[in-house]
Ligand binder design. Structure first.
Ligand SMILES: NC(=O)c1ccc[n+]([C@@H]2O[C@H](COP(=O)([O-])OP(=O)(O)OC[C@H]3O[C@@H](n4cnc5c(N)ncnc54)[C@H](OP(=O)(O)O)[C@@H]3O)[C@@H](O)[C@H]2O)c1
Length: 277
């Protein structure tokens, strides 16, 4: 049932709003990168080998599976990368991606602990934040709790783009998916409500945002199909791989065409259903 969609094979619908460009320009340095990037970067393209310079990128959830895939792409760019992780997170696989440690900085903090986040991010400046965390223990107030301190620090740190990995069905988007049997999944509607609160806090923060809503994700070792694309059609739901998600994420870094947009991922090449990772 879920796989019965017949959406177009859309790449990024690169509708570029002049207001987006001027909003970025008012905010400073990324303007030129954003402006000149317009003609060439699409979300369906492979990850850009160079993010346009040496953007300072903060990755949340970098020790997780999606986070690592994103970091693996970032390691091939000139970006100055910081990873925020909890004190007990396993950092070894991330460090293996950076033979040259001078471009990787660790910050320590639990996103559920506002004081730790204030302390960890104090005095730092970032151009882009990428949030690839996954909610633990089915906490139905996770985003409601983590976003206010995170966004406060993000604003203070001068962030010009917050790329947020969320979920298909977040907030009112759930209304688009009424006949998929989600009511059989315990707690799902509370979690999607929380996802919606997180998205709304981000949209209301004034920080330019890119929301990428994930749906069913293939097992971590699945290679990129190269067929995934971002679409603003919020009725699309297809499975995807983390490898493709990582490439789509990178293609949105410092890309004006991705600013203040909420995307779903469309990959018609992957069958559904498949076993859960
Ligand atoms: N629908 C699906 O099939 C499906 C399946 C999987 C994932 N997803 C989505 O894909 C994205 C990433 O998932 P994933 O499976 O790649 O994640 P994952 O491997 O479980 O990694 C989660 C990351 O979040 C971090 N994290 C969790 N709570 C935190 C906290 N309180 N403070 C700081 N960091 C915290 C973890 O840190 P530690 O290293 O310290 O644990 C880890 O780095 C999410 O958007 C998720 O919802 C969807």
């Amino acid at each position: 049932m879920i796989a019965d969609y017949d959406g177009d094979q859309l790449g990024l619908i690169g509708e570029i709003r002049v207001a987006d460009i001027f909003r970025c320009c008012r905010k400073g340095l990324l303007c030129l990168t954003l402006f000149f990037g317009l003609a060439t970067i699409t979300a369906a393209a492979p990850a850009t080998p160079d993010t346009g310079g040496s953007e300072r990128v903060l990755v949340l959830g970098g020790t997780g599976q999606l986070g690592r895939a994103i970091l693996s792409e970032l390691a091939a760019t000139n970006a100055q990368v910081s990873v925020l992780a909890r004190a007990n997170s396993d950092r070894t696989s991330v460090e293996a991606l950076w033979p040259d440690r001078s471009r990787l900085q660790w910050l320590t903090g639990d996103l559920l602990n506002a004081e730790e986040i204030d302390r960890a991010l104090a005095g730092h400046r970032f151009d882009v934040v990428i949030n690839a965390v996954r909610v633990e223990d089915g906490d139905i107030h996770f985003y409601e709790k983590i976003m206010p301190p995170l966004l406060r620090n993000t604003q203070r740190a001068g962030v010009r783009q917050f790329i947020h990995h969320g979920a298909v069905g977040a907030g009112r988007n759930v209304e688009k998916f009424q006949n998929l049997g989600w009511e059989r999944v315990p707690g799902i509607f509370d979690r999607l409500k929380d996802q919606g609160i997180g998205e709304d806090l981000l949209r209301g923060s004034g920080v330019p945002y890119t929301i990428i809503r994930n749906a069913r994700i293939y097992p971590p070792e699945s290679p990129a199909t190269g067929k995934a694309a971002l679409t603003e059609d919020d009725s699309i739901i297809t499975p995807m791989t983390r490898a493709d998600l990582a490439k789509l994420t990178l293609s949105c870094v410092a890309n004006a065409a991705c600013l203040n947009k909420t995307f779903h991922v469309q990959d018609a090449s992957l069958p559904w259903p498949m076993r859960r990772p």
